[in-house]
Ligand binder design. Structure first.
Ligand code: GDP
Ligand code: ZN
Length: 307
């Protein structure tokens, strides 16, 4: 078989191998080619667009990782760095429940901020609308109106909101993130009853890679792909610079006019336009609190690193 370079999409990464979707086929690739070229080459993740050199049927070697349009990353405490979980996500659905588990604005806002950080377009799914308290929906609307994030009310039990979700799914790569118990699996089952999150088709067919730990993977999902988002329970914002957090809060970022101090972290400084906007309720209190919590997290990390 003649060797040729082809473009593909990474669907699974295990310790040693990278599974790449090329057309309707999945090819198991080694990373030999890459380490030869560049020792410190970027770690490849699910969702990466790559070029592959085919070696024989179903086998190839990964040659190049193409630049990413977007990425979802998190902060890893253990090594004090940002780790990319999945790349080239077209839309991130941040799922929360009205109750059971109780809605935590802080968690939702951390994931939203991480999406902004990685240039992903997020929208918010409010599930378990059947359990909503009177006034809760209006409160949520008020909290997210200035950010312009879309808010989609759903109920996985009755199918409410499924048409709205379906309308946002095409042939791209999608991810659903949220605390456990909010109803992600229930929603995904409603959207695609064929989806098998336990064993993906590649491992099924070949029997390989079944019991190896995967870093991240993509599943066939309707006309596109679904990216899994492992370990979102304790999700930390990926950035490490206090001054960069505001970029990830569109409602805070859009406050006009300079603060007295430049740069300003918009937390303790006098003459801060952001604090003024919070007092005037132009920035929702819950959003500002989430912003402050992320800043606190970053400061604590910085202190830890000094020790
Ligand atoms: P996941 O951990 O986010 O994947 O959540 P699951 O899909 O496993 O759902 C957790 C529990 O919530 C299950 O008992 C579901 O039946 C229940 N559930 C999911 N969606 C709804 C909903 O819209 N309304 C109500 N009342 N319960 C729901
Ligand atoms: Zn300020």
């Amino acid at each position: 078989m003649q060797e040729r370079l082809e473009n593909g999409l990474v669907v699974r990464v295990t310790g040693g191998e990278v599974w790449v979707r090329i057309g309707q086929e999945t090819v198991a690739c080694s990373q030999r080619g890459r380490s030869r070229v560049r020792e410190s080459a970027l770690a490849v993740v699910a969702g990466d667009r790559v070029t592959v050199l085919r070696e024989s049927a179903g086998v190839g070697s990964l040659e190049e990782v193409l630049p990413r349009n977007s990425w979802l990353s998190r902060y890893i405490d253990r090594d004090g760095s940002e780790r990319v979980v999945v790349a080239n996500i077209d839309r991130l659905f941040v799922v929360a429940a009205t109750a059971d588990p109780p809605l935590r604005y802080g968690f939702v806002d951390r994931v939203l901020a991480a999406a902004e950080w990685g240039h992903i377009r997020p929208c918010i799914v409010i599930n378990k609308m059947d359990l909503a308290e009177p006034g809760q929906w209006e409160e949520l609307r008020a909290a997210y109106a200035p950010s312009l994030y879309e808010l989609i009310p759903t109920c996985a039990e009755t199918g409410e909101g499924m048409a709205e979700l379906t309308g946002r799914l095409g042939d791209g790569v999608y991810a659903f993130a949220g605390e456990s118990g909010v109803g992600k699996s229930s929603l995904l089952n409603q959207l695609d009853p064929e989806l098998d999150l336990v064993v993906d088709d590649v491992a099924e067919k070949t029997g390989r890679g079944r019991h190896t730990t995967t870093n991240s993977q993509l599943f066939r999902f309707r006309d596109g792909f679904l990216a899994d988002t492992p370990g979102m329970q304790t999700f930390s914002f990926p950035g490490t610079d206090e001054y960069e957090v505001v970029r990830c809060f569109p409602d805070i970022r859009h406050i006009e006019g300079p603060c007295r101090y430049n740069p300003c972290t918009h937390s303790h400084e006098p003459g801060c336009r952001v604090k003024e906007a919070v007092e005037q309720e132009r920035i929702p209190a819950s959003r500002y609190q989430s912003y402050l919590d992320i800043l606190t997290g970053i400061r604590e990390r910085a202190k830890k690193k000094q020790w």
